[in-house]
Design a protein around this ligand. Structure first.
Ligand code: GLU
Ligand code: ZN
Length: 316
C-alpha cells in the first residue's frame, strides 16, 4: 500500500501554489488507492500560528481534499503535528551523534558572513558552511554553551530519479554540512521531515520544486538513520507574472480570498489540473473526478505563470 502526505507549514494562508501541490499529492495517492496523510509542520515557533493551521484544514476541505490520517482525524502514526513530536527528533539526533554523523558548531552568524570565499550553497540558501568546526566533538564543557549541531555531508554524490524531473545527481557535499539543531534549540526542517516521513511510512513524496535540492540531504539523513528512502516527485511552482513567487503583491492568491471573491472550488481544481498538464481543457472538475486523469508523467516541468488570463479563468 502506498502512503503519501501533504505537509504544510502554518505560517500563512494556503495560496494557489500550495493548492496545486496539495491537489497533485492527493491525486497521486488516490489514483493508486493509497493512504493520504496530513502533517502539520509547525516546528518554526516564530513563524507558525495555530489560526493558520486551522485555516489550512478548512481550505483543503473546501478544495475537496480529504485525508486518512492527520491532526484532526488521528491515526496509527499520531501525533501528526511536528511540535508534538520533538522527543522523536531528539532521539534521532542522539543516534546520529553516537554514530559520529554530527558535530557541534559554535560559529556565529557574523563569523560565517565574514568568510567571503565560501563557495555558494544550494538554491537561495546562501553560502555553504565551510566546515570550520568539522573537527570538534561534543565535550561536557561545550554542552554548557551555545552550539548548533551539523550533519557531516559524506564525500560522495547523491543520485535519485525524480518522478517529474527525471534523473538527478548532486555533487558530493552539495550545500555543505547543514544544521539539524539550531543553537536556540529548534530542530532543522531537514531532520524533522526525514524522521517523520520514515515514522509515518511514507513511500511517495510529492512536493514543490523549491524542495528538490533538499532531497539529497533528506536521503542522507534517512540512510544514516537506517530507514528506507521514499520515491520523490517535485512539481513546478506557480509564479506571478513578474516571474517571482506568488505573494500578496500579485493580488488575491490565497484560497480564502478567491473563495470570498466567488471562485467555485471545482472550477479552481479544474484549472489547477489543466495548468499541471493532466487536463486538456480547464473544465470544472472536483478532485474526485480528476483521479482517473492523474498521470505523473504528464505533469509539466516548467513553472506555471499566474497571469491575468489565468486569473480570469478561475471565475469562469
Ligand atoms: N513544510 C514544508 C513547506 O511547507 C514542506 C515539507 C515537504 O513537503 O517536504 O514548505
Ligand atoms: Zn562552526
Amino acid at each position: 500500500m502506498i502512503r503519501g502526505r501533504y505537509a504544510p507549514s502554518p505560517t500563512g494562508y494556503l495560496h494557489l501554489g500550495n493548492a496545486f501541490t496539495a491537489l497533485l499529492a492527493w491525486l497521486q495517492i488516490r489514483r493508486e488507492g493509497g493512504v493520504f496523510v496530513l502533517r502539520m509542520e509547525d516546528i518554526d515557533r516564530d513563524r507558525s500560528r495555530p489560526e493558520y493551521a486551522d485555516a489550512i484544514l478548512e481550505d483543503l476541505r473546501w478544495l475537496g481534499l480529504d485525508w486518512d490520517e492527520g491532526p484532526d482525524v488521528g491515526g496509527p502514526c499520531a501525533p501528526y503535528v511536528q511540535s508534538e513530536r520533538l522527543s522523536r527528533y531528539e532521539s534521532a539526533l542522539d543516534r546520529l551523534l553516537e554514530e559520529g554523523r554530527l558535530y557541534p558548531c559554535t560559529c556565529t552568524r557574523a563569523q560565517l558572513k565574514a568568510i567571503a570565499s565560501a563557495p555558494h550553497g544550494l538554491g537561495s540558501e546562501g553560502p555553504a558552511y565551510p566546515g570550520l568546526c568539522r573537527g570538534r566533538t561534543l565535550t561536557d564543557e561545550l554542552r554548557q554553551s551555545r552550539y548548533s549541531l551539523r550533519f557531516r555531508m559524506p564525500d560522495e554524490p547523491v543520485s535519485f530519479r525524480d518522478g517529474v524531473f527525471g534523473e538527478q545527481t548532486f555533487p558530493a557535499g552539495a550545500g555543505g554540512d547543514f544544521v539539524v539543531k539550531r543553537s536556540d534549540g529548534l530542530f532543522g526542517y531537514q531532520l524533522a521531515v526525514s524522521v517523520d516521513d520514515a515514522a509515518m511510512g511514507i513511500t511517495d513524496v510529492l512536493r514543490g520544486e523549491d524542495l528538490l535540492d533538499s532531497t539529497p540531504r533528506q536521503m542522507l539523513l534517512l540512510r544514516a538513520l537506517g530507514h528506507p528512502v521514499p520515491r520523490y516527485a517535485h512539481v513546478p511552482l506557480i509564479l506571478g507574472d513578474d516571474g517571482k513567487r506568488l505573494s500578496k503583491r500579485h493580488g488575491s492568491v490565497t484560497l480564502r480570498e478567491l473563495r470570498q471573491a466567488g471562485v467555485d472550488s471545482r472550477r479552481l481544481t479544474g484549472c489547477l489540473a489543466h495548468w499541471a498538464g493532466i487536463l486538456e481543457e480547464p473544465e470544472p472538475l472536483a478532485p474526485q473526478d480528476l483521479i482517473p486523469r492523474f498521470q505523473l508523467s504528464a505533469i509539466r516541468k516548467t513553472p506555471v505563470v499566474f497571469d491575468d488570463a489565468k486569473r480570469r479563468g478561475l471565475f469562469g
